[in-house]
Ligand binder design. Structure first.
Ligand SMILES: [Zn+2]
Length: 228
């Protein structure tokens, strides 16, 4: 796995289609580092940390989740430090945990070929909720580096969190621009709400989970396409 450098304090990993592994974000303040999303499984986290080691970057003290989907959260039990998610994200994870049974887990593995590949050879599925839960909006100062995390409307899920770095003019948005899994049909009203919100943000770059980095105008154009 390769780490891509946005600037001296903002990095992100490559995404992978084969196992639907999202790009994981990395934000380095003077006091501590923050990761964006916990990845598809413990092995995804381990590869990410190996890539951080290669760049001599410290492990994150905090991992923020963009939404509850498995490829973003099921590595949570393996991360360094604490995790933070919205109440809605934790509610979805609690629902998944409550419904677990051998049959349920088998159906989950077979739900998508990318999940079957990530959890091949009966790899154990571990699902936990976050250590810290927030609602609305939260400001984190990583040390000379303000990070604003907040809930937003999204056509993908009802629990989207955006991670906004106002000084770096960067936003991590997870899968927020997608339609609903697995049909990818997107509600037009929610897409339009998100587009308007993106327009209002003072940011230059938008880092999503399964796409190359977008400029602001590229992302707005993307949200105007009918396919979403
Ligand atoms: Zn998703």
């Amino acid at each position: 796995m390769k780490l891509l450098r946005y600037n001296e304090r903002v990095w992100y990993s490559q995404f992978e289609d084969e196992r639907d592994r999202p790009a994981l974000g990395y934000i380095k303040g003077r006091n501590f580092s923050i990761a964006v999303d916990a990845g598809h499984s413990d092995s995804h986290v381990e590869e990410f940390y190996e890539a951080l080691k290669k760049e001599k970057l410290p492990f994150p003290q905090l991992t923020v989740l963009t939404h509850w989907h498995w490829d973003h959260t099921f590595g949570m039990h393996r991360v360094n430090g604490l995790t933070i998610a919205s109440r809605r994200t934790n509610d979805h994870l609690k629902e998944f945990i409550a419904s677990r049974s051998p049959e349920h887990d088998e159906n989950f593995r077979n739900m998508d070929i990318t999940i079957a590949r990530e959890y091949a050879d009966d790899k154990e599925i571990v699902v936990v909720t976050s250590d810290i839960e927030y609602q609305g909006k939260l400001m984190i100062d990583a040390g000379g580096l303000p990070v604003i995390i907040y809930e937003t409307d999204s056509p993908h899920t009802d629990d989207a969190t955006l991670v906004y770095l106002p000084e770096d003019r960067v936003v991590f948005f997870g899968d927020a621009i997608s339609g609903v899994y697995p049909t990818w049909v997107a509600d037009k009203t929610l897409t339009e709400k998100l587009r308007k919100h993106v327009e209002s943000l003072e940011a230059d770059s938008f880092i999503g989970a399964h796409w190359p980095i977008f400029t602001k105008s590229e992302l707005i154009a993307n949200l105007q396409e009918d396919e979403w």
